[in-house]
Design a protein around this ligand. Structure first.
Ligand code: CTP
Length: 474
C-alpha cells in the first residue's frame, strides 16, 4: 500500500486539512483517512463547525464515535411488561440518526422477540454471554465499548440489583460491568418493588456510581387496580434523555447579544411585473444567521427575495428593495453586531412604471437609474445607534484585497469579508466560498485568508471570530 506524506502536499491543501482537522478534533492523518473514507462511500461527512462544536476534548459523543455523525447506543432490554415500549424506543432513536444494537435478557425474550428488535434496529440482536458467534473476541466487551451510550429499558429491579452489586452472570450484566460509557436506566417495576428498601438502596448506589436515570413515572400499572410510581418513561422521553447525553449543550458565546444580518439580493422594480436583480442566493447570510443563533445570539435576518427556509430560532424579515431593506435594518437596531451580507442593488429605476410597460411604436423604453442608499455605509456612520461591530462584505471580481481595503475605509465598517465573485469562482449561487477577512488595527489592515470552505464553514468561522472579539470587548 502506498503511503502519503502530508508534508509534500501543496500549501492550500495542507492549510485546508489543518483547519478541517482542528475543527473536527482529529489529527491531520485521521482527517485524511476520514476524507478518503467519505470519498469511497460517496457521501461527504459533515464537518463540525468551530462555532457550533466545542474543543476536541468536549466533542460530542456523536462527533467522537463516528465521522458520519451517527452516534450509537447499546440498548439492553430487560424482562418486564414495559419491554414493548423499547421497540418504539428503537424507532425513536433511529429517527434521531442513532445506531442501535439490542441486547435481550432471557426474561425480555418472554415479552419481545429478537426478530422484532432486529427488524427495527437493522442489526443482529445479542442474547447469550457464551455465544460462540460473538464471544470469540469477547463480544460483551465490544458491546460495552463500541457505543457512545448504554441504555437499559426497561431496567428491572433485578437488573438494577445486579448492577448495584457488580454481578456479571449474563450478557446484559456483563456488558454493564465492563462498560466505560455513560449508562442511562429507564426503570420499570411495580410501585411496591420500586419503594422496597432494597431497591431504594440500589438506586442510591447506582446514582453514586454515576449511572443516570429517567423515570419511572407515576400511573396505572399493568396489574389491575394498581397505580403508583413505577411506569417506564415513554419512548420519546427516553430518546430525548439519550440525545441530551449524546449531545451535551453547546457553548453559547454570543448569548445575550443581538446580531443583525442582511442577506440575499434586492429586487428593484421596473414596473409591476419586471425588476432588476442579481444572482445572490442568500446562502451565506442565512448560514451566518444560523451559526450566530447556534452560538446563542438573538438574531434578526433581513433578507431580499430568496428560495431559502427560515433558519430555526431566527427572526426573519423578508423585503424586496434596497430601500425596504434599509428601513427594516434601521428599525431592528440597536444591535451588538451587524453583518451586511446582502448583495444590495446599487441602482434602482428612477421612473418605475405604475403599469406594465408596453411595446409601442414610440420605441424601446429608456430606464433612468438612481443610486440606492448604501445600507452598510449608513449604519456604519450612525452616531447614536451604531452597532459596536459592523461587518461588511466585499464582492469583487478583481483586485480583491485592494478593493476590500478601500471599501472598509469608504464605508466606515470595522471588518470586511472579501470574496471573489467572478463567474469562475462559482461563489454566486454556489455552496462554497473562498474568503479573506480584513480587520483593522488602527491604520493597519490584517488580512486573514481562509481556504475554500462551505458557506456553513465560513459562517461558523466568522461567528467564532465575532465571539472572540465580543469576549475581548464585552
Ligand atoms: N451594501 C449595502 N448597500 C448598498 C450596497 C452595498 O449595504 N446599497 C453593502 C453590501 O451588503 C456589502 C458591502 O456593502 O456588505 C459591499 O457591497 P459590494 O456590492 O461589494 O460593494 P458596492 O458598495 O456595491 O461597491 P462596488 O459595486 O463599487 O464594488
Amino acid at each position: 500500500m502506498a503511503s502519503l506524506t502530508i508534508r509534500k502536499l501543496d500549501d492550500g491543501i495542507k492549510s485546508y486539512l489543518r483547519l478541517r482537522s482542528a475543527k473536527n478534533g482529529r489529527s491531520v492523518e485521521e482527517e485524511v483517512r476520514v476524507i478518503l473514507r467519505e470519498y469511497c462511500e460517496g457521501s461527504p461527512a459533515p464537518t463540525a463547525s468551530p462555532a457550533s462544536s466545542p474543543a476536541p476534548a468536549g466533542r460530542t459523543a456523536i462527533e467522537r464515535n463516528n465521522p458520519a455523525g451517527q452516534a450509537s447506543v447499546t440498548l439492553i432490554i430487560g424482562g418486564g411488561i414495559a419491554a414493548f415500549k423499547s421497540l418504539e424506543l428503537i424507532r425513536r432513536l433511529k429517527e434521531r440518526h442513532v445506531d442501535v444494537r439490542c441486547v435481550l435478557t432471557k426474561a425480555a425474550q418472554q415479552f419481545v422477540t429478537p426478530l422484532s428488535a432486529s427488524a427495527l434496529s437493522h442489526e443482529r440482536v445479542y442474547m447469550d454471554l457464551f455465544d460462540p458467534g460473538s464471544e470469540f473476541d469477547a463480544g460483551h466487551i465490544r458491546l460495552a465499548r463500541e457505543c457512545d451510550l448504554i441504555v437499559v429499558a426497561p431496567a428491572t429491579a433485578d437488573l438494577m440489583a445486579k448492577m448495584a452489586n457488580g454481578h456479571a452472570d449474563d450478557l446484559a450484566s456483563a456488558i454493564l460491568l465492563a462498560a466505560d460509557r455513560p449508562i442511562l436506566l429507564a426503570p420499570a417495576m411495580n410501585p411496591l418493588m420500586w419503594n422496597n428498601a432494597a431497591t431504594r438502596r440500589n438506586v442510591m448506589q447506582l446514582r453514586r456510581d454515576g449511572v443516570q436515570m429517567i423515570g419511572p413515572n407515576a400511573g396505572e400499572m399493568a396489574e389491575s387496580n394498581e397505580a403508583g410510581v413505577g411506569r417506564m418513561s415513554e419512548a420519546v422521553e427516553i430518546a430525548a434523555a439519550a440525545i441530551d447525553i449524546l449531545r451535551p449543550p453547546r457553548p453559547r458565546p454570543l448569548a445575550g447579544k443581538r446580531v443583525l444580518i442582511t442577506a440575499g439580493p434586492t429586487h428593484e422594480a421596473i414596473d409591476p411585473v419586471r425588476y432588476i436583480a442579481n444572482r445572490s442566493s442568500g446562502k451565506q447570510g442565512f448560514a451566518i444567521a444560523a451559526a450566530a443563533q447556534a452560538a446563542g445570539a438573538d438574531v434578526t435576518l433581513v433578507t431580499g427575495p430568496v428560495e431559502l427556509r427560515d433558519p430555526g430560532g431566527v427572526t426573519v424579515i423578508r423585503v424586496e428593495s434596497a430601500r425596504d431593506m434599509l428601513h427594516r435594518v434601521e428599525a431592528a437596531l440597536p444591535a451588538d453586531v451587524a453583518i451586511f451580507a446582502a448583495a444590495v442593488a446599487d441602482w434602482r429605476v428612477a421612473n418605475e412604471g405604475e403599469q406594465k410597460l408596453k411595446k409601442t411604436s414610440a420605441g424601446t423604453p429608456q430606464l433612468a437609474l438612481v443610486e440606492n442608499p448604501d445600507i452598510l455605509a449608513t449604519i456604519s456612520k450612525l452616531t447614536d445607534k451604531r452597532p459596536p461591530l459592523v461587518i461588511g462584505f466585499a464582492a469583487e471580481t478583481e483586485h480583491l484585497i485592494d478593493n476590500a481595503k478601500a471599501k472598509i475605509a469608504r464605508k466606515g465598517c470595522d471588518w470586511i469579508v472579501a470574496n471573489d465573485v467572478s463567474p469562475a469562482s462559482g461563489v454566486m449561487g454556489g455552496d462554497r466560498n473562498t474568503v479573506h477577512l480584513l480587520t483593522r488595527d488602527g491604520e493597519e489592515f490584517n488580512v486573514d485568508s481562509w481556504p475554500v470552505m462551505t458557506k456553513e464553514q465560513v459562517a461558523a468561522e466568522l461567528v467564532a471570530k465575532i465571539a472572540k472579539a465580543v469576549e475581548k470587548n464585552p
